[in-house]
Design a protein around this ligand. Structure first.
Ligand code: PLP
Length: 359
C-alpha cells in the first residue's frame, strides 16, 4: 500500500498553517507579539539561570513551582485547577480531543481563532459557526437559537476576539455558559489588554475553562499557555495531556518572568495606551473604518486592503491582510500595536498614502 493510501485523505486535502516570512529589517506587526524585550541586565540574569537548568532531566510539572506562581500572579481562584500547555494552542487541541465523541459538535463565533475549526475537523467533529455582521458584532439571539437546535458539545469564545479585537458583551457569554450544556472554553489570549475576564469564575462552574497564554504579553517564543477550570474537567484533561509536554527551559524562563511580572504589567499598560492613540489617529483618516479593540491590535477596513498592505510592506512594515479570509472582513487589515516609534511610522505611511490618493 502506498503511503498516501495510509495517511488520512482529509488531512492530505488541507494545507499547513502558513506563517508569513519577515524579511530582514522589517517592523513586524502581523502576529500580536509584544514589541519589547527584557532589558539587558534581566536577559543576563536569566541567561545565568538557564545555564543551571537540568537539561538532562525530564521536567516534573507536578512538583515545579510554576503552577502555584501562575495561580498567584494571575489570581486564579483556589478552587480552580491549572494545566499548562505548549502554547495555549496545545490546550485548545487537547480540550477538543476531550469531547471528541462520535458526532460531537464544536461551535464558535466567526471570524475567530483559526485553530478552533482546524482542531474540530482534525478530531472528526462537526464545526458550527455563527458569523458576525459588518460591524464585526454577533447577533446573540441567533447564537442561542443555534445552541438550542444543534446542542454543541464544545463552545470556543475568544474573549476578546481575534482577529476582530471585539470583546463581546459579558452577559451574553454568561448566558451561553449557564444555558448551554456544552463545555465552554473562554480563550483570554488578549486578557492583559481587556477590561474584563472570566478567570474569577474558573473552578466554580463545572462547564467553564479559561485559557490564557504568555504569547501576547512578551513571550510568544517560550510557548506557554495555561487552562484553569473545575477539577471535574481538569482531572480528565490531565489524563490526555502528554506527561512531559512542558520543557525545562520554558519552565525556568516562565518562573523568572513571574518573579518579574511588574515588567509585563508596565509594558502591557503602555501598549493599551498606545492602542488608544493609534485608534484616534487612524479614525482621523476619513477613508478608514477602525473597529473598537480590547486587544493589542486594531482591525481596520480600508478602501483597498492590498494597497494598504503593499504600501506598508514597501516601507518595511509587515501587517496582516484579511481580505478574502472571511466575508465580513472584506478589505480589512489587522495591525499589531508596536512601540510609539513604530506606530508613528505606520500612521505616517497610511496618511501619506491616502493624501496622495485624494489629490
Ligand atoms: C494567539 C492566540 C492563541 C495562541 O496562543 P499560543 O499560546 O501562542 O498558542 C490562542 N487563542 C487566540 C485567540 C489567539 O489569538
Amino acid at each position: 500500500m502506498a503511503i498516501k493510501d495510509i495517511i488520512r485523505q482529509d488531512i492530505q486535502k488541507t494545507t499547513a498553517y502558513h506563517v508569513q516570512e519577515t524579511p530582514e529589517g522589517f517592523i513586524k506587526l502581523d502576529a500580536m507579539e509584544l514589541p519589547y524585550e527584557f532589558p539587558n541586565e534581566m536577559k543576563q540574569e536569566l541567561a545565568k539561570i538557564l545555564a543551571q537548568v537540568p537539561l538532562r532531566l525530564y521536567p516534573d510539572i507536578n512538583h515545579h513551582p510554576i503552577v502555584s506562581k501562575i495561580k498567584n500572579v494571575f489570581k486564579v481562584p483556589t478552587k480552580a485547577e491549572v494545566i499548562t500547555g505548549n502554547g495555549s494552542d496545545e490546550l485548545i487541541q487537547l480540550l477538543t480531543l476531550l469531547v471528541a465523541k462520535n458526532n460531537a459538535k464544536v461551535l464558535s463565533l466567526d471570524p475567530s481563532f483559526a485553530m478552533y475549526k482546524v482542531d474540530a475537523e482534525l478530531y472528526g467533529m462537526q464545526y458550527i459557526s455563527v458569523d458576525c455582521d459588518e460591524e464585526l458584532q454577533i447577533d446573540f439571539n441567533q447564537v442561542f437559537d443555534i445552541i438550542n437546535q444543534e446542542k454543541p458539545d464544545l463552545i470556543f469564545i475568544a474573549y476578546p476576539n481575534n482577529p476582530t479585537g471585539i470583546r463581546f458583551e459579558r452577559s451574553k457569554i454568561e448566558k451561553i455558559i449557564t444555558e448551554s450544556n456544552a463545555l465552554v472554553v473562554i480563550d483570554e489570549a488578549y486578557g492583559a489588554f481587556a477590561s474584563d475576564s472570566f478567570l474569577d469564575l474558573a473552578g466554580s462552574i463545572d462547564n467553564l475553562v479559561v485559557v490564557k497564554t504568555f504569547s501576547k504579553i512578551g513571550f510568544a517564543g517560550i510557548r506557554l499557555g495555561f487552562a484553569s477550570g473545575h477539577p471535574s474537567v481538569m482531572q480528565e484533561l490531565k489524563k490526555i495531556t502528554p506527561p512531559y509536554n512542558m520543557n525545562q527551559l520554558t519552565l525556568a524562563t516562565a518562573d523568572y518572568i513571574l518573579e518579574h511580572f511588574d515588567w509585563v504589567t508596565e509594558k502591557t499598560t503602555e501598549i493599551k495606551y498606545q492602542r488608544e492613540i493609534m485608534l484616534s489617529e487612524l479614525e482621523s483618516i476619513e477613508f478608514l473604518e477602525v473597529y473598537p479593540s480590547e486587544t493589542n491590535f486594531l482591525m481596520i477596513r480600508t478602501p483597498d486592503a492590498k494597497l494598504v498592505f503593499d504600501t506598508l510592506y514597501k516601507n518595511k512594515i509587515l501587517v496582516k491582510n484579511f481580505h478574502g479570509k472571511h466575508p465580513m472582513l472584506d478589505q480589512c487589515v489587522r495591525i499589531t500595536i508596536g512601540t510609539p516609534e513604530q506606530n508613528s511610522k505606520v500612521i505616517g505611511v497610511i496618511k501619506s498614502l491616502f493624501e496622495s490618493l485624494s489629490l
